[in-house]
Design a protein around this ligand. Structure first.
Ligand code: FE
Length: 342
């Protein structure tokens, strides 16, 4: 008994000594800790460049969006994380609602990131744009017959539409933004129209939906453009085309865009390094990497996307603030349920 209590006292003392050493030694503070829902290969190149430029080490943990949010919440004031990077404005909005972020009023972020892609209260910031658009079978569809998301509810698309499941936040955000534009009643009619045009049950993911279109099991679907890029890189001969909806002046909105983005955690231990990293991620150098590694679009309008992405042409994006995707997400989920979209 005596020996073990002596030992634990010794351990406590050594730990205390080590901690005081680290706290007193600023060299060891030159790091920043990131929780990232973007996988390592999509984020490490930006961190490496940041370290190269600043000498600040980036420690990071990757996991699913929900798991990281739950972890931040459970850790509270004790969290080691300084920055949360996650996909979809709905997730960023939820993190802000849960009080996990602290606002950061930064001229650098404001000038690098268009207003609709960041939180009006400065708690989260878009770092890359993902465009959710129409992909069609080039053997079966004349692109002149395509126009808007809303038009896919028209009976002319009966048994020709494939959709990914409504359980995915990408579709919840899409429908939430439609509610913001059209109101609930009209959006519900549109979603009901989609459901009655479905050629198959909703599919598990965007790639599968495009494979169904390519195989002729349906003619048209709605997916994020980077999945189109990845699939076409693997199988360049697939009869698939990309179409930017809602572009004409008489159409409401523009292409539905979403973001991957980040916020500074409320209880991070390296606030200044985290601010520096966040601003760096919006810079021209880092923004180039976002488009190169995942065929996404930069949020920084001064960057030309990678050549494949550029080859899909330019488009007008919806300019509604993405906070709406979070605010109206619960309404969107209920609406899709009422409309029979599973
Ligand atoms: Fe994705």
């Amino acid at each position: 008994m005596q020996i073990s209590s002596f030992k634990s006292g010794y351990v406590t003392l050594s730990l205390f000594a080590a901690l005081s050493f680290f706290m007193a030694n600023p060299v060891h503070a030159e790091q920043v800790v990131v929780y990232s829902a973007r996988i390592e290969q999509l984020i490490k190149p930006m961190f490496d460049l940041f370290t190269e430029k600043t000498g600040i080490q980036v420690k990071f943990t990757t996991d699913k969006e929900g798991a990281l949010l739950a972890r931040l919440q459970a850790e509270g004031k004790n969290t080691p994380a300084d920055l949360l990077i996650t996909t979809d404005a709905g997730n960023l909005w939820a993190a802000a609602q849960a009080g996990l972020f602290r606002p950061y009023d930064s001229q650098v972020l404001k000038s690098n990131i268009p207003e609709h892609l960041r939180d009006p209260d400065n708690e989260w910031f878009g770092l890359s744009i993902r465009a959710r658009t129409i992909v069609y079978n080039t053997d079966k569809v004349d692109p002149d017959d395509l126009s808007t998301y809303e038009d896919l509810a028209d009976p002319k698309w009966k048994n020709r539409l494939c959709l990914r499941t409504s359980k995915k936040i990408y579709n919840q955000s899409l429908v939430a933004m439609m509610i913001a534009e059209h109101g609930e009643a009209e959006t519900e009619n549109i979603v009901k129209g989609w459901v009655s045009n479905l050629a198959t049950d909703p599919l598990s993911d965007d790639t599968r939906a495009m494979e169904f279109v390519a195989a002729g099991r349906c003619d048209v679907t709605i997916v994020n453009s980077y999945y189109y890029g990845r699939l076409m890189q693997k199988n360049p001969d697939l009869p698939l085309g990309i179409f930017w909806p809602n572009q004409k002046s008489e159409h409401i909105g523009g292409v539905h865009v979403n973001i991957s983005g980040a916020g500074l955690t409320r209880y991070g231990k390296h606030p200044q390094a985290a601010e520096q990293l966040l601003e760096f991620l919006s810079s021209i150098q880092a923004q180039k990497l976002f488009t190169d590694v995942n065929m996404e679009y930069p949020v920084n309008p001064n960057i030309v996307p990678d050549p494949i992405v550029s080859s899909w042409g330019r488009f007008k994006q919806s300019s509604l603030n993405l906070a709406k995707a979070g605010e109206l997400q619960a309404a969107a989920v209920k609406l899709m349920d009422r409309a029979g979209y599973r």
